[in-house]
Design a protein around this ligand. Structure first.
Ligand code: DON
Length: 307
């Protein structure tokens, strides 16, 4: 590939702009109002170079793309044994909002599905932490990864909490099985706050590059995540980041990745780059249509497939 990176990224964006397949998520009222035409793409290297094209500066709520990062925070806060005792690492093969608990232990199958992510959020800091302390921990950790101060979109958060029956149901079942003991409403409030943090595609690319670099934030040079936690996080992303499409995704595109219902996606090529994409129309699995296609092009053109 001989085209300079910024021109190349613009070419990828231009080439996919006519793709209007899929639908904007409509189960969260604020997300249903998103402009479906928006499209941004960014690449950050482990050396700290950041390139972007399209709607690079546009902020959107991080949603499920927060899940691997908050999983990393929980591993930092509580250690492997405690976290693995509560959340598994197997792909669920089911949609992100299914219960998907392991038969005997009742652990959610992985931290990328909602049941697993609600549990992971409850692991932050310690058993005695308050809801607001865990929310602050989430925002602080995501901010450290992005290298700038991130904030919660209160409107998205309220809109999601108003329609959170399904996540509340999951939290009540988890509590029933003593996966965690905190109040179900507080668990969902904390998790929803984590999902409502605003980011840009450049943020996601830099956050991804931090995982790619084994936990060192490429711009600030700070070690935010220990190497073993970065490896664990990437392994779970590879196994379950794209939900019930995870196997197809990994065989075709071959990059550990995580998607979210606002249309954001992060991809991580270990040792090399983080990729951030945003485009709100989703396929039937809840993955951004243009996001998947942009990653497919990058994977092919730059030979990024890990296998
Ligand atoms: O809990 C929810 O449903 C949302 N806050 C996040 C779900 C999500 O992003 C799943 N992604 N495809």
């Amino acid at each position: 590939m001989h085209t300079p990176v910024p021109e190349y990224l613009q070419e990828v964006v231009d080439g996919l702009e006519d793709n209007r397949d899929g639908n904007v998520a409509d189960y969260i009222p604020d997300l249903a109002a998103a402009d479906p035409e928006r499209f941004g793409l960014a690449l950050a290297t482990v050396g700290g170079r950041v390139h972007a094209a399209g709607d690079a500066g546009l902020e959107f709520s991080i949603q499920s793309v927060s899940k691997p990062f908050i999983y990393a925070a929980a591993l930092v806060d509580r250690g492997f044994d405690r976290v693995l005792g509560s959340v598994g690492v197997e792909p669920s093969g089911e949609a992100f909002d299914e219960l998907s608990l392991e038969a005997d232990s009742h652990r959610p199958k992985n931290p990328m599905i909602n049941a697993g992510a609600i549990t992971t959020h409850q692991l932050l800091l310690g058993d005695d932490a308050t809801c607001s302390e865990r929310i602050a921990r989430s925002v602080d950790f995501l901010s450290e990864l992005a290298g700038r101060r991130l904030v919660i979109d209160e409107s998205v958060m309220r809109s999601e909490l108003d329609t959170a029956d399904r996540n509340l149901a999951l939290a009540h079942v988890l509590r029933n099985y003593q996966v965690f003991s905190s109040d179900a409403h507080e668990a969902v409030e904390g998790y929803t706050a984590q999902c409502s943090v605003l980011v840009t595609v450049e943020d996601l690319a830099v956050m991804g590059a931090t995982l790619a670099g084994g936990g060192v934030q490429p711009i600030t040079g700070r070690r935010v995540i220990p190497t073993d936690v970065a490896r664990q996080t990437l392994s779970v992303m590879a196994a379950a980041g794209m939900y019930d499409a995870a196997g197809t995704w990994f065989s075709e595109i071959g990059i550990p990745a995580k998607s979210g219902v606002s249309g954001g996606m992060v991809g991580v090529l270990p040792g090399q780059v983080g990729i951030g994409v945003f485009s709100p129309r989703l396929d039937k699995h809840g993955n951004s249509v243009r996001g998947v296609e942009a990653c497919r092009r990058l994977s092919t053109d730059m030979n990024l497939h890990l296998m």
